[in-house]
Design a protein around this ligand. Structure first.
Ligand code: HEM
Length: 501
């Protein structure tokens, strides 16, 4: 009897959820397009704060309230700090080296988190500001030259910003080899290795298959994995080797890698594992920042196109500080509360990773009388939290003013989207302070120099931008037509002068 009373399992039921089919479980209940809408408007509505599903026997739990998320992922964080591991992703393709996929508690994971924490702490960010400013100026110049290609410019901005901060590397004008490699690595991981929910590698269901020799029939996955692994490693190695060569030649630009390598060299010799951890974290910075920042900045454009009065208010505020004779700088941030509010609203309204990344339970647990089995994959429904009408009245509307209301500290904390969009607990995003810096400057400088309008059709009627969302994990809008043009001759001049400076 004592054995049967393992904590939780005998008495407590699993959290509620749509009934599973035999073998396939809830596979058919999933959708690849905007899964967060289904989780929110169908499952959370019907089943409540915790919704439990299964795919091929793998338990999946959605947390649909701030309270449940804080209790489970923050307070009990140590039990929910792991990530799902699969033979294909982690072992055969070597992605366990990438911090976002690493096992919690492994030596390299602990070391990598520590490196990211140190080098991306608030006190470290000012050191990257010259690099950030140069990339913002480059972005403005591209927007001025070909505004209709705004998505390409945003994508390049996020990529070159990461390359610059991680490696001090200035991305080539076109077809940069490191950017190409990094894009390929993202494509391999997202579209080929991970694929879609329900795309399961046979070797993940039957790990013994990995022991078969490569000539055996049905082992094509081994050859694919080997090719992908070497591409991913090359993409991490190449820019890192480039920094090391520059450091030896005394030509390196101070950046994330130089800082960490110099620090370690100062305290003795740099050991191989340390060097490998610096290399993989620099690589992770690119992977982790690209789609998230792209989602945020394209939504910024969308919000500005749809809300001309927000643009006007921001421009008035900026002009009052800069006199229209210079671009805003990080030092102006305290004097630009409306621009700060626009950035907060962009974070909330975009909600770049609506269901976060999966945390894996490493123990059996019970929450409010419901059993959460060891091994369950737990997703926080960030989308629902950022659309809570009690915290954010009229949540679908873009309203920066909501952050300017005079509220007590606890309410301000609850309404700060930064407490949701970067995830929770021990796996919370490590790039938050960096994002804060490079996103703010891009937003402030773009508002200072550009106007936004809806595109018009042949009869001169406005075309309402109505983007679609096709991605399963990131909230990336499809391209929408719009007009972006310099506010004035003077604004265009400021962009030209910034580059000359
Ligand atoms: C707007 C931009 C960004 C958003 C919205 C965002 C959001 C997130 C989210 C939701 C997670 C998962 C957290 C969890 O599991 O609970 C995450 C993880 C992570 N992010 Fe970000 N992120 C952004 C930019 C960045 C940048 C610029 C970096 C660069 C350093 C970065 C580095 C990471 C890393 C390394 C992880 C994995 C952490 C771990 O598994 O321990 N992120 N991010």
């Amino acid at each position: 009897l004592l054995l049967l009373r393992r904590p939780g399992r005998v008495c407590e039921p699993l959290p509620p959820g749509p009934p599973p089919l035999p073998l396939f479980g809830n596979l058919l209940d999933f959708t690849l397009r905007e899964l967060w809408l289904r989780v929110t408007s169908q499952w959370a509505q019907k089943y409540g704060d915790l919704v439990y599903l299964r795919i091929f026997g793998q338990g999946i739990l959605f947390l649909n309230s701030v309270e449940a998320t804080m209790e489970i992922l923050e307070k009990r964080g140590a039990m929910y700090a792991d990530r799902p591991q699969t033979v294909m992703l982690s072992e055969l393709c070597g992605c366990d080296n990438i911090v976002a996929f690493s096992r919690y508690g492994s030596t390299h994971y602990r070391q990598q988190r520590r490196l990211l924490h140190t080098a991306l702490a608030p006190s470290s960010i000012p050191a990257y500001q010259p690099l950030i400013i140069a990339e913002v100026f480059d972005f403005l110049r591209r927007l001025l030259d070909s505004p209709e290609r705004y998505v390409d410019h945003i994508r390049r901005y996020t990529g070159s910003q990461s390359m610059s901060i991680a490696y001090g590397y200035k991305v080539a004008e076109d077809n940069d080899p490191h950017i190409r490699g990094a894009e390929e690595a993202i494509d391999i991981i997202a579209n080929h290795i991970l694929g879609t929910p329900g795309d399961v590698w046979l070797v993940d269901l039957c790990p013994a298959l990995k022991l078969l020799p490569t000539w055996a029939p049905g082992t094509g996955f081994r050859r694919k994995a080997a090719a992908w692994k070497s591409k991913i490693e090359k993409c991490a190695n190449d820019p890192f080797e480039w920094v090391k060569e520059c450091m030896s030649a005394g030509t390196a630009t101070p950046c994330y890698c130089t800082r960490l390598l110099d620090e370690e060299a100062g305290s003795g010799t740099v050991n191989k594992q340390y060097e490998s951890d610096v290399k993989w974290t620099a690589h992770a910075m690119y992977l982790a920042s690209i789609d998230t920042t792209l989602a945020l900045l394209t939504h910024f454009v969308l919000a500005m196109v749809r809300n001309p009065e927000v643009v006007r208010n921001a421009q008035e505020e900026i002009d009052a500080v800069t006199g229209g004779s210079r671009l805003p700088t990080h030092d102006d941030r305290g004097a630009l509360p409306y621009v700060n509010a626009i950035m907060s609203e962009c974070m909330r309204w975009t909600c770049p990773v609506p269901l976060g990344l999966p945390h894996k339970a490493t123990e059996n647990d019970v929450y409010e009388g419901m059993f959460i089995p060891n091994g369950t994959l737990v997703f926080a429904n960030i989308w629902k939290m950022t659309r809570d009408p009690t915290l954010f009245p009229n949540p679908e509307a873009f309203i920066p003013e909501r952050y300017l209301e005079d509220v007590d500290e606890a309410t301000a904390r609850l309404r700060d989207p930064r407490n949701y969009i970067f995830g929770f607990g021990r796996r919370r995003c490590t790039g938050t302070h960096l994002v804060e810096s490079y996103l703010w400057l891009a937003i402030a400088c773009t508002l200072a120099t550009f106007d936004f309008a809806k595109a018009t059709d042949a009869d001169g009627n406005d075309i309402e931008p109505q983007p679609q969302y096709l991605d399963a994990s990131f909230r990336l809008p499809t391209l929408f037509p719009c007009i972006i043009r310099p506010r004035s001759e003077n604004a265009a001049q400021l962009v030209h002068e910034s580059l000359a400076a």
